[in-house]
Design a binder for this molecule. Structure first.
Ligand code: GLN
Length: 457
């Protein structure tokens, strides 16, 4: 079967099925066929890679040349980028076929994909029952699309958990690499010191194949790190005998239901059977992570989102009276409530007089959190924990209560503050809904995380 035929089959199924999930914002059929044709040419020329002709999808935060990129916002409803993100470019070079752009919380702010201007995404798990559940977020469209087998793989981004939590809630594999491992060029910025692109796939092996394409230095991103990229598939089958696993005691707290805890602990027991040793460790500052994150992330967001002013690109209000009226109405009409809330919080935290009390303080806490992990990794190779406090919740349950939504990130956010890599790996079910095991590693230990995840699957 040719790449063109394969792409057509996937597109037909996508159009037929996605009405149930709303996991895509844009299906880019025309561009997909161009890429499929290019893949067939690559194959004919004997230049095929592991990705040549493979259908996949990009989270709608990655700029795609000629294909609308909305970031889940009215602000960018009609934005067609004139350039590709580095990640987009790399998949094109590998010959992969992007079928479209997946749904997400507006500007990646959220944990349920309910804040998307293009409507919520439904989790395929339980989608036929009386209540619809969230797929998690913000990369909920990518997670749902992979879980529903609409695409075998999709990109995601993770600022505070947005790859791992939706992967857990949809029963798939998610990898957030080390900060700086994957270029952020052309990835619409939310909180620049935390954002990192990564992989959402069915298996750890597929995640390794994705990271092989995505990782690497990019002169267009000054925070991207110049460091050799190993073949992440090469070490998947290394035995785990002697692997030292740490269980952070703060992550097995009262926030975790007994059923969730049992699921995670039984996954850890499987690792013991594979020859790993387990000990309890402590991350004493972990409890401060949510508070620090919800100062730092909104502060950075308020600065990044100032570019959406109606002048250069994106939405502009009708008939502005003057410049101020244009700024005000463009932003009032173009942004949703959660985005506005973050801009307000962030501008406040950065304002003169409050900067030291909030932003500077949060940065100091961030350093302490990072130090906790550095200390833990002197004793153990990886940490294991839950990904989210509970399985997929019902749509509408948390979206009127921002704090309960923010608490979804309690086990994922410290990892972003420290900049280290982590994965979510399917680890069974609670109440018939999938849950994830989080495997956390030291800087640039992606190969080890993928190895551990692969052995478990
Ligand atoms: N849920 C977190 C937030 O709303 C994390 C989002 C993300 O990782 N992009 O900020």
């Amino acid at each position: 079967i040719s790449s063109v035929e394969l792409a057509q089959q996937f597109l037909d199924r996508l159009k037929l099925e996605d009405g149930k999930y709303n996991s895509f914002i844009t299906i880019s059929e025309e561009q997909a066929m161009v890429e499929a044709k290019a893949a067939d040419d690559m194959r004919a020329a004997g230049k095929a890679t592991a990705w040549t002709g493979i259908p996949f999808a990009h989270k709608d935060i990655f700029c795609t040349n000629g294909v609308r990129t909305t970031c889940g916002s009215k602000m960018l409803e009609n934005f067609v980028p004139p350039y590709d993100a580095t990640v987009t470019e790399k998949f094109k070079q590998a010959g992969a076929v992007c079928l479209g752009k997946t749904n997400m919380d507006e500007f990646a702010m959220g944990s349920s994909t309910e804040s998307s201007y293009f409507g919520a995404t439904t989790n395929p798990w339980g989608a036929s029952s009386a209540v619809n559940r969230v797929p998690g977020g913000s990369s909920g469209g990518s997670a749902a699309a992979v879980a529903a087998r609409l695409v075998p793989a999709a990109t995601g981004t993770d600022t505070g958990g947005s790859i791992r939590q939706p992967a857990a809630l949809c029963g798939i594999t998610g990898l957030k690499p080390t900060y700086g491992r994957v270029s952020r060029y052309g990835m619409i910025a939310f909180a620049s010191s935390l954002d990192q692109g990564g992989a959402m796939t069915r298996t750890a092996e597929d995640a390794a194949l994705m990271l092989n394409v995505m990782a690497g230095f990019d002169p267009k991103d000054s925070t991207c790190i110049d460091r050799e990229v190993p073949d992440y598939t090469a070490t998947l089958n290394e035995p785990l005998k002697g692997l030292k696993i740490g269980l952070p005691k703060e992550y097995f707290s009262e926030q975790l239901s007994p059923a969730m805890e049992q699921q995670v602990r039984s996954a850890v027991r499987e690792y013991e059977k594979l020859g790993a040793t387990v000990k309890e460790v402590s991350l004493p500052n972990a409890k401060l992570a949510i508070a620090a994150y919800y100062v730092i992330a909104p502060a950075e967001a308020s600065a990044n989102l100032s570019r959406f002013d109606g002048v250069r690109y994106g939405y502009r209000c009708e008939d502005p009276k003057d410049l101020m009226d244009m700024y005000t109405r463009t932003r009032a009409e173009g942004f949703g409530n959660e985005v506005k809330r973050r801009i307000l919080v962030g501008s406040y935290a950065l304002s003169a007089g409050y900067f030291d009390a909030y932003y500077l303080k949060a940065q100091k806490v961030r350093r302490l959190i990072q130090q906790d992990f550095i200390t833990a990794f002197k004793e153990v190779d990886v940490l294991m924990s839950p990904v989210s406090p509970s399985p997929a919740f019902v749509q509408g349950e948390k979206n009127t209560d921002p704090v309960s939504m923010y608490l979804e990130d309690v086990f994922t956010i410290a990892i972003n503050l420290a900049g280290i890599p982590a994965m979510s790996v399917p680890a069974g079910f609670v109440d018939g809904l999938p849950v994830g095991l989080q495997i956390i590693g030291d800087y640039f230990s992606e190969a080890r995380l993928l190895n551990a995840a692969h052995q478990f699957q």
